[in-house]
Design a protein around this ligand. Structure first.
Ligand SMILES: NC(=O)c1ccc[n+]([C@@H]2O[C@H](COP(=O)([O-])OP(=O)(O)OC[C@H]3O[C@@H](n4cnc5c(N)ncnc54)[C@H](O)[C@@H]3O)[C@@H](O)[C@H]2O)c1
Length: 336
């Protein structure tokens, strides 16, 4: 399968390295305006283009991995779909609902698959936590908490044209960028979100969007949740996910899972790989398996669209100071 990567920045370079070592794919091309077509600068034997359309036109791709600034995902994905190329995009799917709908529709109408990178769904302790929840071991979920307390420097927001933290290219700040992981995890672990009440602020960074957000959730099937996201911590702390249920409680802190206070040993039956696999790699393997078998890949575009809808509702809540109802999921009416 011939793959092209859009954007060789922070995550794109890591994807290039990872995908180059993955047997079913052959990374033949990339787009990186900063390299000005200099293939040697990519450090791999592949064609490097200065513009996305040029790569699509010349590289005969089967699939594209989009790791450009978030505000470009939908337009680049739709252009790829238009010429029959499968789309795997980094999160978030898009930064507006209109753009997300156009991308999902473009992929559906051209018969190509659309997958979104939400690698935490492949993180071993969270995979096991989901099994505990779905198997009923924790009873009915009372509370979910997700805490992403990370540090991002001033330079992080300034580099590569300063797109991060802008409304146009990042879709906001920490909540849209880092927080889309938390929103997706909440939906995946517990289910659809019915209403959100959000507070956002800037503690450190002078960016258009927020660097800190706190969101209260009401789940459609009952139970409440809280998301905390910041890029202002003194260091990157492990992500923490806690579930309080009517029959038990569980905590994931980084690589560790404890259920009812007891550490759980994560063995091969809970994950696809021992030692615990790289979640990005596990998701890519699952996506390429699905593409090879003509199946719906994880996490499909229409599912990620619901994560975006919930995130945008949080921004509306922060702006208006009101609880906002998340638009009803349309998952049952479309699939790609
Ligand atoms: N899943 C994750 O854990 C994760 C982690 C980091 C970033 N991301 C996502 O990946 C995307 C990129 O983030 P990043 O931190 O790597 O940013 P980055 O700025 O390091 O990389 C983006 C790259 O895209 C390039 N670029 C600019 N215009 C382009 C265009 N028209 N076509 C192709 N490339 C273009 C930039 O020059 C830059 O090198 C974002 O959407 C972000 O949300 C996801």
């Amino acid at each position: 399968m011939r793959i092209g990567i859009s954007g060789l920045g922070n995550i794109g370079k890591r994807h290039l390295e990872l995908l180059s070592a993955l047997p079913p794919v052959d990374v033949v091309a990339a787009v990186e305006p900063r390299l000005g077509g200099d293939a040697s600068a990519a450090g791999m034997p592949l064609s490097v283009y200065g513009a996305f359309d040029e790569m699509l036109e010349k590289a005969s791709l089967d699939a594209v991995v989009i790791a450009s600034p978030s505000g470009m995902h939908a337009e680049q994905g739709a252009a790829a779909a238009e010429v029959g190329v499968h789309v795997i995009t980094e999160k978030p799917l898009a930064t507006t609902m209109g753009a997300a709908e156009s991308l999902v529709a473009a992929c559906a109408s051209r018969g190509v698959r659309l997958a979104v990178v939400h690698q935490y769904r492949f993180h071993a302790p969270l995979v096991r936590l989901k099994k505990e929840i779905d198997g009923g071991a924790l009873g009915k979920v009372v509370f979910l908490n997700v805490s992403l307390c990370w540090r991002r420097s001033t330079a992080y927001y300034a580099e590569n044209g300063g797109w991060r933290g802008t409304w146009k290219w990042d879709g906001g700040g920490a909540l849209m960028n880092q927080g889309s992981h938390a929103v997706d995890l909440a939906r995946w672990l517990v289910g659809p979100i019915a209403t959100v009440t959000a507070l956002t602020t800037n503690v450190v960074h002078a960016i258009e969007g927020e660097d800190t957000a706190c969101v209260a959730l009401e789940f459609a099937r009952g139970g409440l949740g809280m998301l905390q996201v910041t890029t202002c911590s003194s260091e990157n702390r492990p992500a923490v996910v806690t579930i309080e249920g009517t029959e038990g409680a569980a905590v994931v802190r980084g690589e560790q899972l404890a259920v009812n206070g007891r550490p759980v040993e994560l063995r091969s039956e809970h994950v696809r790989q021992v030692p615990l696999g790289n979640p990005h790699r596990l998701q890519f393997e699952a996506i390429f398996d699905a593409l090879a078998n003509g199946e719906r890949p994880p996490v499909a575009g229409d599912e990620s669209r619901e994560t975006l809808a919930a995130t945008l509702a949080m921004y509306e809540s922060a702006r208006s100071g009101r609880a906002i109802r998340v638009p009803e999921s349309r998952l049952s009416s479309s699939a790609s």
